[in-house]
Design a protein around this ligand. Structure first.
Ligand code: PLP
Length: 453
C-alpha cells in the first residue's frame, strides 16, 4: 500500500501516534500536525496539499545538486542490482568505496589521503574523536587526550557528537558527557566583538581563547581542537578571515591536532570543495557527510591526514572501530555519481564566482535595510539574517527566538523554506540556484519580514 491511499489527515494522525521526530516538541507537533513533503524537483519541494515551496535549506544543508536527479537514482538502482551490500570488514572491499576514497583524496586539501566511511556526520565525528585519542596513545602520549571545541558548536547527536558540540540544551539532556572536552568562545563578532574592535582583531582574540585553553590544560594534555569552519546549526557564524590561519598557527605551535567538521561546508557550499581551502588551512581530519551524496543516500566520510594515518597504519594494529554500513556500496555509488554532477556542472566554481557573490550582494542590498534586520552575512551559498527589535541597539525580541519563527512561518506560507535558530534566519540553498532563484527568494524574504512587522 502506498501513501497515496491515505488522506493528509490520516497521515498526520499516524505520524503523531507512531513517529518520534528529531529535535521536536511532540506535544506541539500533535497540535499542529506535520507538513508532509511528498515530492521534489530541481530547487522545489511539494507538500501533500500541492504547495510548491522553494527549498532555501537544501533539505538539511545537503541536497547540493537539487532534487529529481535521475542519474543518482540510476546509480543506486544499478549498484543495488549488482551488489546491494557487502562490507569492508575482514579484509574484504567492494569497488565503489575504493574508488570514492581515491576521488576524495584527490579533492581534499594537501596531506589528506585516507578515508573512513560511516552513514552520518555524527558517526564520522565519533570516529574522529576515537581516532585522534588513539593516535596520541599510539604515539606514547595517552594523557594528551583533551579536546577543545566551542560553545554553540554542533557536531551531531550521538553521545560523542553532543559532547563535542557546545549546545547547552543538548548537554542538559545528556546525563553525562564524554569526559575531557572543553568549550571556548565562538568567533561571532556581531555579538562578541568589543566596542572599537576590528573584525581582524576580533578573529585573533577568538583564536587566542583556544591558546588560553591549551595553556590552562597544559599542551601535553591537549589532543586536538575541533571546529566547523563556519558554524552552521549554531546560526551561520562566519569567522573573520584572520581566525582560521591563527587557529592553525596555535595548533601547530603546541602540537595540537586540527579537526575540521565540514559536514555542512564540504562539497562546494563555500565556493571550494572544502572550506579548509576557502580559509587556507590544512587540517589533520575533515568530517564530511550530507552533500557527499546530496542527501540521496546516508553516507559520511572522515578524511584523515597523513600524520594520523601513517601512525595508525604503521603502529596501530587493529583499530577496534567500524560500522556495518562503513563503505556501503550503494551509498558510495551515489556519491560518485553526485561528485560527477557537481564537477560536470561546475557548481563549485559557480558558487565562487557567480551565485555566491550575487547572493551576498542581494542580502546586503535587499534585506539588510529592513527594520527587523540587525545583520546579514553570507559565505558562498550559506547565509544568515539576524532578527532584532531595535536595529541601532541590537536589542532582541523577547521570547527566545519566537520572532524568527514567525518570520520563518510567513516565509514558508509564501513559498520559501528556511530555518530559524534562535534569532537567526538561515539559508543554505542547493548549489543549482541561479541569480533568478536568489531574486525570487529575496522577494519572499522581504514579504515574510513585512508580514512579521
Ligand atoms: N556536524 C555538523 C557541522 C552538522 O551540521 C551536523 C548535522 O547537521 C552533524 C555534524 C551531524 O550530522 P548527522 O546529522 O548526519 O549525524
Amino acid at each position: 500500500m502506498t501513501y497515496q491511499n491515505y488522506s493528509l489527515k490520516q497521515l498526520q494522525q499516524i505520524d503523531a501516534s507512531h513517529h518520534l521526530h528529531p529535535f521536536t516538541d511532540h506535544r506541539e507537533l500533535r497540535e499542529a500536525g506535520s507538513r508532509i513533503i511528498t515530492r521534489a524537483e530541481g530547487p522545489y519541494i511539494y507538500d501533500s496539499e500541492g504547495h510548491e515551496i522553494l527549498d532555501g535549506m537544501a533539505g538539511l544543508w545537503c541536497v547540493n545538486v537539487g532534487y529529481g536527479r535521475d542519474e543518482l537514482a540510476e546509480a543506486a538502482y544499478k549498484q543495488m542490482k549488482e551488489l546491494p551490500y557487502y562490507n569492508s570488514f575482514f579484509k574484504c572491499s567492494t569497488p565503489t568505496p575504493v574508488l570514492l576514497a581515491k576521488r576524495l583524496a584527490e579533492l581534499a586539501p594537501k596531506g589528506v589521503n585516507q578515508v573512513f566511511f560511516g552513514s552520518s556526520g555524527s558517526e564520522a565525528n565519533d570516529t574522529a574523536l576515537r581516532l585522534v585519542r588513539h593516535y596520541w596513545a599510539l604515539e606514547g602520549k595517552p594523557e594528551k587526550n583533551r579536546i577543545i571545541s566551542r560553545k554553540n558548536a554542533y557536531h551531531g547527536s550521538t553521545v560523542a557528537g553532543t559532547s563535542l558540540g557546545g549546545m547547552e540544551p543538548m548537554h542538559k539532556q545528556l546525563g553525562g558527557a564524554v569526559p575531557n572536552i572543553v568549550h571556548v568562545m565562538m568567533p561571532y563578532s556581531y555579538e562578541l566583538a568589543l566596542p572599537g574592535e576590528s573584525d581582524h582583531e576580533f578573529g585573533l582574540r577568538a583564536a587566542k581563547a583556544i591558546e588560553d585553553a591549551i595553556l590552562e590544560a597544559g599542551p601535553e594534555n591537549v589532543a586536538a581542537f575541533i571546529g566547523e569552519p563556519i558554524m552552521g546549526a549554531g546560526g551561520v557564524k562566519i569567522p573573520p578571515m584572520s581566525y582560521w590561519p591563527e587557529v592553525q598557527r596555535i595548533c601547530r605551535k603546541y602540537d595540537v591536532l586540527l579537526m575540521l567538521d565540514e559536514v555542512i561546508t564540504g562539497y562546494g557550499r563555500t565556493g571550494e570543495w572544502f572550506a579548509a581551502q576557502s580559509f587556507g588551512i590544512e587540517p589533520d581530519t575533515i568530517t564530511t557527510a550530507k552533500a557527499l551524496t546530496s542527501g540521496y543516500q546516508p553516507l559520511s566520510a572522515l578524511l584523515v591526514g597523513d600524520r594520523i594515518a601513517s601512525t595508525l597504519i604503521e603502529k596501530g594494529g587493529e583499530f577496534y572501530h567500524g560500522y556495518t554500513y562503513s563503505g556501503h556500496p550503494v551509498a558510495c555509488a551515489v556519491a560518485l555519481a553526485n561528485l560527477d554532477i557537481i564537477e560536470r556542472e561546475g557548481l563549485v566554481e559557480r558558487v565562487k564566482t557567480d551565485t555566491g557573490p550575487y547572493f551576498a550582494q542581494a542580502l546586503r542590498e535587499r534585506i539588510a535595510d529592513h527594520r527587523l534586520v540587525g545583520e546579514v552575512r553570507s559565505f558562498g551559498l550559506m547565509g544568515a539574517i539576524e532578527i532584532v527589535k531595535d536595529k541601532a541597539t541590537r536589542e532582541r525580541f523577547e521570547g527566545d527566538g519566537r520572532a524568527a519563527v514567525v518570520v520563518r512561518d510567513h516565509a514558508i506560507a509564501n513559498g520559501l523554506m528556511l530555518r530559524a535558530t534562535g534569532d537567526t534566519m538561515i539559508l543554505s540553498p542547493p548549489l543549482i540556484w541561479t541569480r533568478d532563484t536568489i531574486d525570487l527568494a529575496c522577494e519572499r524574504i522581504v514579504k515574510a519580514l513585512d508580514l512579521a512587522e
